[in-house]
Design a protein around this ligand. Structure first.
Ligand SMILES: CCCCCCCC/C=C\CCCCCCCC(N)=O
Length: 532
């Protein structure tokens, strides 16, 4: 759909203003100094195996769990001072648990199959977003007033992974209250992108994205109500999956969703190797995972593929980067050449209203008529009630314990109408219907993960609506796999979202597995700057 002259003018004007504001902001923002500009290379081959490969080697006694856990601890100690991704570790407990695993394997008489069936992740290290309860670890979600809170139990998704034999190494940073696309808060500081420390790791599960991208973790747990799994996976060049709504329990994470938001929040896996996605999802989903028929074979040649290159040009959102458009086209060419399928390019006009749809639905009351908890209420938890305008004043003077993003969100909320616009609701309904009909049970849609490649630190403050490329699929409840597509000219990760119909997660997961083989998947930071 072509833009009007006025919309094009407005878009250009907005971009010029954003550029000037960002330049002014950078003058005053504190600079980080590391002395080193890239991550040390990975020299330990154990760090280059998938979780499934590691589990197999541990079961077969080709390597001990202690060796694997120690290898990851060494890598975390080497890279974390540069990326600030892990905010609290449990290394000595993890090593003790690994030693118990090795003992159990020594004593097991039932054979490898018994272990594989009962404990598919036995002895494999894992990392967890700090917003999830992990016994003995903090669960502040970046809120200073929650700094002393220590989890007594595990969140159900974490408990299922532990029950499958995974060994948590620690918890990772996130944005304040999990509601921003940069992982920054006043408790733990800011997380860096492992491909370029001056850039963001994404959010809200940015600590997970960064530690995985840096090769310092192999599998992790994230959550996503607007892109918080997919955005950090994209910026850090790894895989992630936002499952169909209602498959993985969201319990045990802070903040809990309320109102309609409960249906938009999804917990899911983040990982470096595509082959780990399905096993992780089957474990995290518990009995619900059966609804996804994840073990059914997928014949990619029989699927219908669609490619939507952009959201139709909303002036609130940046235009899609030319390198991302190219990468998506390259996927189309590979699918057509390798599988003999025809990928249909589409423009879906309702996508232009993605932000308005996300904002309206997020603010809507639940089925019980109760409005969702406000962001300002969440910010006030455990402390004094906060007043957004007063908090902004304090922030300007350097006295606020909240980030400007959180204060900005609380301010925006003040102006939010409690009466949803009928036009926006109608766009949402028609988009939902159109996509459900289009995708059915055999459709796969390619869509940019974000209009920009990982931006510089703090830049999202000036482009806050760009997350709507991911957020729209939370509202629609569709499963999405985030898939890396090599590196840009600047050596930064490229990627794409793979979207399917409800409960058809196995189709996007199978497509990601194929694209990993075809394009190469995760690339070690600092090693190559090759284009896809
Ligand atoms: C200081 C600037 C603040 C301006 C706020 C403008 C409003 C933008 C609205 C929402 C941004 C939410 C970003 C959500 C990112 C992902 C969240 C998630 N947990 O999945």
């Amino acid at each position: 759909m072509a833009l009007t002259r006025f919309e094009r003018f407005l878009g250009r004007l907005l971009r010029a203003v954003v550029w000037m504001l960002f330049a002014a902001f950078k003058l005053f923002a504190p600079q980080q100094r590391h002395g080193v500009s890239r991550l040390p290379p990975i020299t330990n081959p154990l760090l280059l195996l998938s979780a499934m490969q590691l589990a197999r080697k541990i079961r077969r006694k080709e390597v001990t769990s202690v060796e694997v856990v120690q290898s990851y601890i060494d890598r975390i100690q080497e890279v974390n001072p540069l990326i600030n991704a892990m905010v609290k570790d449990r290394f000595s407990a993890a090593l003790q648990e690994a030693a118990q695993v090795d003992k159990l394997i020594e004593e097991e008489t039932g054979g490898e199959e018994v272990l594989e069936d009962r404990l598919p992740l036995l002895g494999v290290p894992i990392t967890v977003k700090e917003a999830f309860a992990l016994q003995g670890m903090p669960n502040s979600t970046g809120l200073l007033t929650r700094r002393d809170l220590v989890s007594g139990v595990d969140a159900p998704s974490v408990a299922l992974l532990k029950r499958a034999g995974a060994i948590p190494l620690g918890v990772t940073n996130c944005s304040e209250l999990c509601m921003w696309l940069e992982s920054h808060n006043h408790l733990y500081g800011i997380t860096n992108n492992p491909y370029d420390f001056e850039r963001i790791a994404g959010g809200s599960s940015g600590g997970e994205g960064s530690i995985l991208g840096a090769g310092a973790s192999v599998i992790g747990v994230g959550s996503d109500i607007g892109g918080s799994i997919r955005i950090p996976c994209f910026f850090n060049g790894i895989f992630g999956h936002k499952p169909s709504t209602g498959i993985v329990s969201n319990d045990g994470q802070y903040p809990p969703a309320s109102g309609l938001q409960m249906g938009f929040l999804c917990t899911g896996p983040m990982c470096r190797y595509a082959e780990d996605l399905i096993p992780m999802l089957s474990i995290m989903g518990g009995p619900n995972a059966n609804k996804l028929c994840l073990s059914a074979e997928v014949d990619l040649k029989k699927l219908r593929f669609f490619s939507v290159p952009h959201n139709g040009g909303s002036h609130l959102v940046s235009p899609v980067d030319a390198q991302l458009l190219q990468a998506q086209k390259m996927v189309v060419r590979r699918l057509e050449a390798d599988l003999g399928v025809k990928v249909q390019e589409l423009f879906i006009p309702q996508l232009k209203y993605s932000f308005q749809i996300w904002g309206t639905m997020m603010a809507s009351p639940g089925k019980d008529g109760k409005p969702p908890t406000t962001f300002a209420e969440l910010m006030s938890e455990g402390g004094k009630k906060i007043w957004p305008v007063w908090e902004l004043f304090k922030w300007l003077l350097g006295f606020s314990s909240h980030t400007i993003a959180a204060i900005g969100l609380a301010l925006v909320e003040l102006f939010q109408s409690s009466h949803p616009s009928p036009f926006v609701l109608q766009q949402k309904e028609s988009l939902q219907q159109e996509l459900e009909e289009l995708l059915g049970t055999d459709g796969v849609l390619l869509y940019p993960s974000h209009p920009q490649i990982s931006p510089k630190h703090h830049h999202p403050i000036f482009t806050p609506f760009n997350f709507c490329y991911t957020g729209i699929f939370n509202i629609l409840g569709l499963p999405v796999t985030q898939c890396p597509l090599g590196l840009s000219e600047e050596g930064l990760p490229l990627g794409v979202q793979i979207v399917t119909g409800k409960l058809q997660d196995r189709l996007s997961l199978a497509t990601a597995l194929y694209l990993e083989k075809a394009i190469g998947g995760w690339r070690e930071p600092g090693k190559t700057t090759a284009k896809p």
